[in-house]
Write a protein that binds this ligand. Structure first.
Ligand code: SF4
Length: 458
């Protein structure tokens, strides 16, 4: 978290779960009424302290902080244009911070009048100059000592919403959040989603809104996997609650690929609403068969395969009485590498299931995502390497079937044109320079401007 008391910005960040990084003592050392925070999962850049966010740069009056949800696709171009050199661990988010910092004049720097005019004096104007040069997926929250700023890329790949706080006694505030449940938690009312390409600047005068991009480059492409997997079920996206959409995915799945079975169960957590929908539409009773250890994070987002394998074994535990001697329909939201699914099917068989029929509430995940999900290599995607019957054999299932793309959009209730579905169709809304993605792994830095805590790894 970065917190401002309007004079000084204090940053506290570390590796690990929020509850292990922050406690009452830490929070009491963070005075102020303007703040941003972020829990990062590493899609580019290593999982290191330096890459924990928000990223801070000590430029201007009190410095600035920025946090980034998404993934840029033109980092090598940006880095070479700015004359940055490879050599220090960072991330695409760190690169953005560096580009913004470059917009601020160095103290004591003698600038000509022309240079003065070309130089940003504050975070807002730095963002106005830098953000239109970025490509890919980015929802940003940024702050200096007195302003809170939110920005969504022109495709709106990742969500970002605005909320309003009013304590009823004259104290008001504004909140930006990736997902609407974060507003509920602090008692803020939902105002609206930021539009793709929009920047909002919030200060003591209220909220100002700007468009940072030409109309021709604005084209809504919200990640469809926000509805399938990422977002919390109580999130509202495109005006629709995610939980209801997931239930409808399950209902349509039951009609599209029915199977004779004794019980329907969902893979916790995001497979459960779809399983409820499948049970309702099929008439097969719903039952809980898997218990999730709530203290283990999403195995999908652990950075290494070794971490993921260990995570799967600890993550799910079967309820033997619900499973033994039964034919199961097991509903999950997706199969990426197949790691979790294979281990889970093995557990269900070990617990006595007589049949295991896998039903997936989205189409096969066949193409890598370059917009903020850590699946860069197609050879790691099970559905890209095998047909459905081969996959069923590998996973140990009696049958495997998926929801069609048309039914996925029907379940969401929004036109498919407003979504990115590149990992399902191969239609990438923003061109991806594969070389840039490779370079991104090597990272960039400006000599002499390495923030405290930088780790030189090569
Ligand atoms: S490629 Fe898939 S996961 Fe990535 S943003 Fe598009 S829909 Fe979402």
């Amino acid at each position: 978290m970065s917190v401002s008391d309007s004079e000084t910005i204090t940053v506290v960040k570390d590796m690990g779960l929020v509850t292990t990084v922050f406690n009452e003592r830490t929070l009491s050392c963070l005075p102020g009424d303007l703040a941003i925070g972020h829990t990062r999962y590493s899609t580019t850049g290593a999982s290191t302290w330096r890459n924990a966010q928000p990223v801070f740069r000590p430029v201007g009056k009190a410095g600035f902080s920025i946090a980034h949800n998404g993934n840029l696709t033109n980092t090598s171009d940006l880095a070479s244009q700015a004359g940055m050199l490879p050599g220090v661990v960072a991330s695409d988010s760190d690169l953005v911070a560096e580009l913004l910092a470059n917009e601020f004049p160095t103290e004591g720097e003698g600038l000509s009048p022309m240079e003065e005019r070309a130089t940003s004096r504050d975070l807002e104007s730095a963002l106005r100059r830098v953000v239109p040069t970025l490509a890919g997926a980015f929802s940003f929250v940024a702050m200096d000592a007195e302003h809170l700023i939110g920005i969504r890329d022109p495709n709106g790949f990742r969500p970002l919403c605005l909320g309003h706080l009013d304590d009823g006694h004259g104290r008001e505030g504004w909140v930006l959040a990736s997902e609407t449940p974060a507003l509920d938690v602090v008692g803020a009312s939902f105002v609206r989603e930021l539009a793709p390409g929009e920047m909002v600047v919030i200060d003591t005068d209220g909220v100002r809104s700007y468009s940072l991009f030409d109309d021709s480059s604005v084209s809504p492409k919200l990640c469809v996997f926000e509805f399938v997997y990422f977002a919390r079920p109580d999130s509202v996206l495109y005006g629709r609650e995610v939980h209801g959409a997931r239930r409808r995915m399950g209902e349509l799945l039951a009609r599209e690929v029915p199977v004779d079975a004794d019980v329907v169960m969902g893979v916790p957590d995001s497979g459960i609403p779809a399983a409820e929908g499948y049970a309702k539409a099929s008439g097969i009773p719903y039952g809980q068969g898997l218990v999730k250890n709530r203290y283990i994070g999403r195995t999908f987002i652990n950075p290494s395969q070794e971490d993921r394998d260990r995570g799967v074994r600890r993550k799910l535990n079967p309820l033997k009485e619900s499973i033994c001697g039964r034919r199961l329909v097991v509903v999950d939201d997706s199969i990426v590498r197949g790691t979790t699914t294979r281990a889970m099917v093995g557990m269900l068989r070990h617990a006595g299931a007589t049949e295991v029929h896998l039903r997936i509430s989205s189409p096969p995940f066949r193409w890598p995502c370059f917009y903020g999900i850590d699946t860069p290599d197609q050879d790691q995607l099970l559905a890209a390497q095998h047909d459905i019957s081969e996959m069923a054999g590998y996973l140990g299932a009696d049958s495997l079937a998926y929801l069609s793309l048309d039914h996925l959009f029907e379940a969401i209730g929004a036109p498919g044109a407003g979504f990115c579905d590149a990992c399902l169709t191969g239609n990438y809304p923003v061109p991806v320079d594969r070389a840039a993605v490779v370079l991104e792994k090597q990272h960039v830095s400006v000599p002499g401007r390495e923030p405290v805590g930088a780790q030189r790894l090569w």
